[in-house]
Design a protein around this ligand. Structure first.
Ligand code: SAM
Ligand code: SF4
Length: 337
C-alpha cells in the first residue's frame, strides 16, 4: 500500500523507511560512562548543521514518507535555540505529514522546556534515568544531578507529556534496582524500557564488565512480577511486556541477544548530516555536501535514494571478549541511539 506513494523510501529488503532519528548536537552536559569518555573533543561548530539545515533535511525525509521524527543527541536540549527547530518542524504535524515529533533527553533541561515542547505538539518523550540513587546517578553520568532530572520528569508530566523512562542495564551497577524502577515508573503512569549496552565507540571502561543480557534480567523480574506478552509497538526496536501487578508496560531493547533487524524501519542522521542506514554498521552517506551545494533539494534527494538502496539487512554487533573493542567506532552520542 505504502509503496504506491510516489517517492516513498523502500530499501532493498522491502522495508519502508518511516522513522528518522536526528542527532542535533554531539555535545552533552553529562558524560555517561557507557556513552562517552571523560574527556571528549566535540566537533567544531562549522561542521555541525545549522538549525535551518536540520529543518531542510528533516523536511526532505518527511516529504519522502517519514512519519515519525525523533530528536536526540548528545543532549538535544543543550543545543542553542533548539525550540526554534521544534516549533518550525511542528508545521508538519499540523499539516498531517508527520505523525509524531518526539525527543530523547537526559532530562537536565526539562524543567525549562517541557511546556514549550508540549505547546509545539510534542506528545511523548523518552527520558534516560539509569538509577534512582543520587550517588550512583552522579557516578554513572559523571556530573548529573538526579534531583534536577526528576524535577524535569515531573515538569514534563505536568505539561501533559507522556514520559517513557529509558534505563541502560549495567551489571553490578543498577541490576539491583529494576524492581524499584518498575514501582516508580508504573506508579506514576510511565512506561519503562531497559536497554542492553551496545558496543559503540571507545569509552574508558571495558564493556564486557558492564554487559548484562536482558534475558537474565527478564528471568529475574519474572520471579517477582507477572510478565505478560503484549503486541504493543511504538515503531522502535523495543519488545514490550505488561506487568500484571501494576498494569504498566516494560520494554526490552536487546540488540545483542535478539535480532530486530527484519522489521527495521529507521535511519539515523548525525549532527554533521551523515546518514547511517544501520546503528550497528559503519556504512554511511554524507548528506551535508548535497545540502550545502545548492538551495534546491534535487542533489539531496538523489543522495538519500542512493543511501537507502544500500541499507544493510542486519547489524554486526558482537562484544568481543578477547579485545573488548567496539564493533562500531563512533559513539552513541553521534547517532543518538
Ligand atoms: N542525551 C540523551 C539521553 O541520554 O537520553 C539522548 C542521547 S543518548 C545517546 C540516547 C540513549 O542512548 C540514552 O538512553 C542512553 O542511555 C543510550 N546509550 C548511550 N550509549 C549507549 C550504549 N553504549 N549502549 C546502550 N545504550 C546507550
Ligand atoms: Fe549524554 Fe545521553 Fe550520552 Fe549520557 S547517554 S552522555 S546524557 S548523550
Amino acid at each position: 500500500m505504502n509503496a504506491a506513494i510516489p517517492g516513498t523510501l523502500i530499501d532493498p529488503f522491502a522495508r519502508r523507511i518511516s522513522y528518522l532519528r536526528v542527532s542535533v548536537t554531539d555535545r552533552c552536559d553529562f558524560r555517561c560512562v557507557y556513552c562517552m569518555a571523560e574527556e571528549m573533543t566535540f566537533l567544531p561548530r562549522r561542521e555541525v548543521l545549522t538549525l535551518e539545515e536540520l529543518d531542510r533535511l528533516c523536511s526532505a525525509f518527511i516529504e519522502r514518507g517519514v512519519r515519525k521524527l525523533r530528536l536526540t543527541g548528545g543532549e538535544p536540549l543543550v543545543r542553542k535555540n533548539l525550540m526554534a527547530l521544534v516549533r518550525s518542524l511542528s508545521r508538519h504535524l499540523k499539516s498531517g505529514a508527520l505523525e509524531e515529533l518526539t525527543l530523547t533527553t537526559n532530562g537536565s533541561q526539562l524543567s525549562r522546556f517541557a511546556h514549550e515542547l508540549a505547546d509545539a505538539g510534542v506528545r511523548r518523550i523518552n527520558v534516560s534515568v539509569d538509577t534512582l540513587d543520587p550517588e550512583k546517578f552522579r557516578a554513572i553520568t559523571r556530573r548529573g544531578d538526579l534531583g534536577v532530572v526528576l524535577a524535569g520528569v515531573d515538569a514534563a508530566r505536568a505539561a501533559g507529556l507522556a514520559v517513557k523512562i529509558n534505563a541502560v542495564a549495567l551489571k553490578g551497577v543498577n541490576d539491583d534496582e529494576f524492581d524499584g524502577m518498575i514501582e516508580w515508573t508504573h506508579g506514576n503512569g510511565m512506561d519503562l524500557t531497559l536497554i542492553e549496552t551496545m558496543p559503540l565507540g571507545d569509552i574508558d571502561a571495558d564493556r564486557t564488565d558492564q554487559y548484562l543480557p536482558l534475558s537474565i534480567v527478564r528471568d529475574r523480574l519474572a520471579e517477582n512480577w507477572t510478565l505478560e506478552d503484549v503486541p504493543y509497538r511504538t515503531g522502535g526496536p523495543a519488545r514490550y511486556m505488561r506487568v500484571a501487578e501494576t498494569g504498566g508496560r516494560i520494554g526490552f531493547i536487546t540488540p545483542l541477544t535478539h535480532n530486530f533487524c527484519e522489521t527495521c524501519n529507521r535511519v539515523r542522521i548525525t549532527c554533521t548530516g551523515t546518514l547511517f542506514m544501520c546503528l550497528g554498521q559503519d556504512s554511511s552517506v554524507d548528506l551535508r555536501a548535497p545540502l550545502r551545494a545548492s538551495e534546491g533539494d534535487e542533489a539531496l534527494h538523489r543522495a538519500i535514494d542512493e543511501a537507502i538502496s544500500r541499507k544493510p539487512k542486519g547489524h554486526d554487533f558482537i562484544i568481543d571478549r578477547a579485545g573488548a573493542k567496539p564493533a562500531v567506532n563512533r559513539h552513541m552520542s553521534m547517532t543518538g541511539g
